[in-house]
Design a protein around this ligand. Structure first.
Ligand SMILES: [Ca+2]
Length: 222
């Protein structure tokens, strides 16, 4: 019997050596490949960089995958993928290791605008929200748009800025311009990034998107 228990123990140890999560770890005792050492000193699954922006817990960012560290998950092209392609951009991100690239390919039917948009975010009618992002790219201007969904249709608040390919520009450029008080009948919003009257292969690159509720109404948290 004693031999049998010993064999079970040895088997469990060898399995954990191969990668049981929950094992204790430290700087000198790292976790197996595919796991990372948690703040509590326990091996947990390594899920890669966080998709979420947790930098301001007092004013949580409501955008999913706001820094594109999970590629373009939760973002969609506006107009078909043959015309506008969205993809992850790994060259010169604003932060982390990735940004989002929106690229227009001109077809026989020239488009007056192409865009990418994020997930729908529920809001309360009449509330004030804040928004901000960084853009670079080609073409005349990049546009950030907050689209309100209302029973009678949509309502856009837009801010545009000249862009260049290599330098990030913050939009809107000041705290005072980040505020939107949504309509009394607005039920949700989403954020959209847009090129208007694009030329073939014009590109808009976006990173660090934020939309949040300001605890003191100032929109100065981010
Ligand atoms: Ca990023």
């Amino acid at each position: 019997m004693k031999t049998f228990v010993g064999a079970i123990g040895a088997l469990a140890m060898s399995l954990c050596w191969m990668g049981c999560s929950g094992a204790e770890c430290s700087a000198s005792t790292p976790c197996p490949e595919g796991q990372q050492c948690s703040a509590e000193g326990i091996c947990v699954a390594d899920t890669g960089p966080s998709c979420d922006d947790t930098s301001r817990p007092e004013a949580p960012n409501l955008i999913s995958n706001p820094g594109f560290e999970c590629g373009v998950a939760d973002w969609q092209p506006y107009v078909g993928p043959a015309v506008v392609k969205i993809s992850e951009e790994t060259s010169n991100p604003k932060s982390g290791s990735k940004a989002m690239r929106i690229q227009y390919t001109e077809t026989a039917a020239k488009q007056s605008r192409v865009a990418a948009f994020g997930k729908e975010i529920p809001v309360t009618g009449g509330e004030t929200i804040c928004y901000r992002a960084f853009m670079r790219g080609t073409g005349r201007n990049g546009h950030i748009v907050v689209r309100e969904s209302r029973p009678g249709g949509g309502f856009d608040t837009s801010y545009s800025s000249p862009i260049t390919l290599n330098d990030w520009v913050e939009v809107p450029p000041s705290v005072a311009l980040r505020k939107i008080t949504v309509g009394n009948d607005t039920t949700s919003v989403h954020v959209r990034f847009e090129l208007r009257q694009p030329a073939d292969q014009d590109t808009l690159i976006v990173d660090d998107v934020a939309l949040w509720r300001s605890p003191d109404g100032s929109c100065s948290e981010r």
